[in-house]
Design a protein around this ligand. Structure first.
Ligand SMILES: NC(=O)c1ccc[n+]([C@@H]2O[C@H](COP(=O)([O-])OP(=O)(O)OC[C@H]3O[C@@H](n4cnc5c(N)ncnc54)[C@H](OP(=O)(O)O)[C@@H]3O)[C@@H](O)[C@H]2O)c1
Length: 299
């Protein structure tokens, strides 16, 4: 039986992976690694309380389970916090990846790592896997460093780049764009969202499914995973209101400059998904289609 170690298993992608793997046709031996208590509400896997920036503990846990596959979902993901806490960000987003890569080498494990559209400057949009990165934020820079470590190591690995991930799991520690907008509109609260940043949001089920395909096919290289329509955050908010039948007059547009967030954001990202369609055989959905699937999941 294949054993799969998931870092950050308490998180959005981590918990979604636990669910999809335990419902899969194949049997997997699943080891979930996260900080503190098991917050997943599940007991059908081995939980290990390990901070992956603690090299000694990380080595021990990998040595103990000798996983066939390591999926690294753990990261410092708040872009503004990364700007303020650069050392902590570097520890988790770069150094911990270095430790994991070395362990993959040692135990011949296949590595799946999650990266981001924030490695780009957002001038061009529709980025392919071959386009030249130029991060604007410390978060983006840290994720790019991790990619370089993985690629240069030569280990068997897939790097899945993704954009604005949303979904719902047990005991969520962090909010995401869809739940935030939906909750605010449901409570008749006005929201202000930028109309000059463009993204292709990603339903977490699709990202987790791409990880499962990688586990099966053991593909090597970088792959883009997202929905297939480039929308402004304002348009994203309007689509959420429409799918969940909420009052869209509560959505007010604002410019990035007026909003004045701490870390710089790329104005226009979005992916060229042709490699992913061809190699992983994934046909992406529109944002609206994904939202309807998410709505069904919530009921
Ligand atoms: N969310 C997005 O919009 C987005 C967009 C592009 C790329 N990505 C990438 O996708 C991946 C998964 O994101 P996500 O949305 O699932 O993030 P998430 O919900 O924040 O989950 C990350 C998990 O990692 C855990 N973690 C953080 N530091 C750790 C450490 N030192 N040791 C052990 N566990 C640690 C967190 O634990 P605590 O809960 O205890 O803090 C959390 O459970 C990340 O690599 C992220 O960079 C995300």
């Amino acid at each position: 039986m294949k054993s799969i170690l998931i870092t950050g298993c308490n998180g959005l992608l981590g918990q979604t992976l636990l669910r999809l793997l335990s419902n899969a046709d194949k049997d997997y031996n699943i080891i979930g690694v996260s900080r503190g208590k098991n917050r997943t509400g599940r007991v059908d896997f081995i939980y290990e309380n390990v901070d992956i920036t603690d090299k000694v503990s990380l080595i021990k846990v990998v040595e103990k389970h000798k996983p066939d596959v390591i999926i690294n979902t753990a990261a410092m993901t708040n872009v503004d916090v990364c700007e303020d806490e650069k050392e902590g960000c570097f520890e988790i987003n770069v150094n911990a990846v270095k430790y994991l890569v070395n362990l993959c080498k040692q135990y011949d494990s296949y590595f799946i790592h999650i990266s981001t559209d924030f490695i780009f400057d957002g001038k061009k949009g529709y980025y392919s896997e071959e386009d030249k990165p130029n991060p604007l934020s410390y978060y983006g820079w840290s994720k790019l460093q991790a990619e370089k470590i993985i690629v240069e190591s030569g280990i068997k690995s897939a790097i899945l780049r993704t954009i604005l991930v949303y979904g719902k799991v047990h005991n969520m520690a962090r909010n995401n764009i869809v739940l935030w907008i939906k909750d605010r509109l449901e409570n008749q609260q006005e929201i202000t969202v930028v109309d000059d940043q463009y993204r292709m949001p990603t339903y977490v089920e699709d990202l987790a499914n791409a990880c499962l395909i990688c586990i099966d096919q053991k593909v090597n290289g970088i792959y883009n995973v997202s929905s297939n329509q480039l929308l402004s955050i304002y348009e994203i908010a309007k689509t959420i209101a429409s799918v969940f039948n909420l009052d869209d007059s509560l959505i007010k547009p604002i410019s990035t400059q007026e909003l004045g967030q701490k870390a710089k954001r790329p104005p226009k990202t979005g992916f060229d998904l042709s490699r992913t369609s061809k190699v992983l055989q994934i046909e992406p959905y529109t944002f609206e289609e994904d939202l309807r699937r998410f709505k069904q999941f919530l009921t």
